[in-house]
Structures are given as C-alpha cells and as structure tokens.
Ligand binder design. Structure first.
Ligand code: GSH
Length: 215
C-alpha cells in the first residue's frame, strides 16, 4: 500500500491512524503542501488525484481518494478491529460525528480556502485566524453536545474503542490548538483527545512522528 500524504495534513492523519489500528503497513509518500508552491498542485500528483488534495491511498492497484471514503474502504476490506459499531443507528451516530468534522469544519480551514481569503480577498492573517477559530469552535461546541448525548458513553467518542469519529477528532484537535481555539467549552472532547493521543496507533500517526515532520 502507498499513502500520499503530508505530516501536517489532518485528512491524511485520519488514514494513518486507521492503517495503524488495522496493523497495515504502507509506503509513506510525502507530498509537501507548501514547497515549490505545493507539490500537490504539480501535474504528476494531479495525475494521481485530479482534485489535488491529499491523502490518496493506493492498494492492490486501486487508487482511492477522500479520507472518509478511504476509511470506509479500509473498514470493509480489513474489518478487524472494527471502526464502526454493529447497530445501524449507532453506525449512523458515529458517521454523523465524523462528518461534523470532515464536512462542516475541515473544509473551511483548508489551506486553499485560507489562501483564497488572504491572497485573493486580501484578508489579514489575523482575520483568517479568526475565521478558523470561529468555524472550528462552533463545530467543536456542537460535537461536544453530540458526544455527551451518545447512548454509549465511554472513553472514546462512542464507546470504549476508537471509531471513525475519534479518527477525525484527534487530528481536528491538533488544528484547533494551532488556531488558538479556546477548548474550555469542550472538556469531553479534550478528555477523549488525550485518551486518543495515549493510544499507540494514534501516537504513531501523529504529525511529529512522520518522516517529513518539520517544526
Ligand atoms: N475532503 C478531503 C479533504 C482533503 C484535504 O483537503 N486535504 C488537505 C490537507 S488536510 C489538502 O490537500 N489541502 C491542499 C490545499 O488546500 O491546497 C478528504 O477528506 O480527503
């Protein structure tokens, strides 16, 4: 398996955690999002992923894009350990939490969006940071309520084992801290994130543990 990714990319981080949890080894192909204007924007990478986003996973000749689709693929192809509960309503609850992050929060703080705000619409660095803090904080506030209301409260977002929701949460918490979000409003998420970070599969997937990590 080959994973095109970048140490600081939270969508890539989700996939690295899943690969580690499922005990799957992979070749790490670094794609630098800033060097030379962004290696993901080069024709050679666009030939792999026409959307010019990371991550991309190659498995047995198949090329997969979009981190949530990749996670669902890994779950179906390599079901052990499961990253979704068995009951359909519980599965929907976990996917819903993951999608709050992947569909509602992450796209608004993505590099190309922030670059557009700054370079094309001429917002200041401070305004762009405020934009990130606003959307990330409002998403985390909602997620805190959702997690607290789950019928199956445990140490993780849903129960006592990591699910797709935790795979999205831990990377998003790294970003939240980077943007200077006040996390006092989401103590449950802070606690879950701390448990995630102590898990070997998460620790091995963390940005600072990757071969292309920079300060
Ligand atoms: N929805 C996509 C988002 C992928 C994505 O936005 N990746 C970021 C890094 S986390 C990226 O490639 N950004 C490049 C850019 O914004 O130019 C997924 O979940 O895979």
């Amino acid at each position: 398996m080959k994973l095109y990714n970048y140490f600081r990319s939270s969508a890539s981080y989700r996939v690295r955690i899943a690969l580690n949890l499922k005990g799957l080894s992979y070749e790490y192909i670094p794609i630098h999002l800033r060097r030379g204007g962004g290696e993901h924007l080069q024709p050679s990478y666009k030939a792999v992923n026409p959307q010019a986003l990371i991550p991309t996973l190659e498995d047995s000749g198949k090329v997969l894009t979009q981190s949530l689709a990749i996670l669902e693929y890994l779950e179906e192809r390599y079901p052990t350990p499961p990253l979704l509960p068995r009951d359909p309503a519980d599965r929907a609850a976990v996917r819903s939490m993951a999608l709050v992050i992947a569909c509602e929060m992450h796209p608004l703080q993505n590099l190309r969006v922030l670059k557009y705000l700054q370079e094309t619409l001429h917002h200041s660095e401070e305004e762009v940071q405020a934009w990130c803090r606003h959307w990330v904080s409002s998403g985390l506030d909602a997620l805190e309520q959702m997690v607290k209301a789950t019928p199956n409260r445990g140490g993780f977002c849903f129960g006592n084992a990591p699910t797709l929701a935790d795979l999205c949460l831990a990377p998003q918490m790294v970003n939240a801290r980077r943007f200077g979000c006040d996390l006092a409003a989401c103590p449950t998420l802070v606690q879950i994130d701390s448990l995630c970070r102590s898990h070997p599969a998460f620790a091995k997937a963390a940005p600072e543990a990757q071969p292309d990590a920079e300060n």
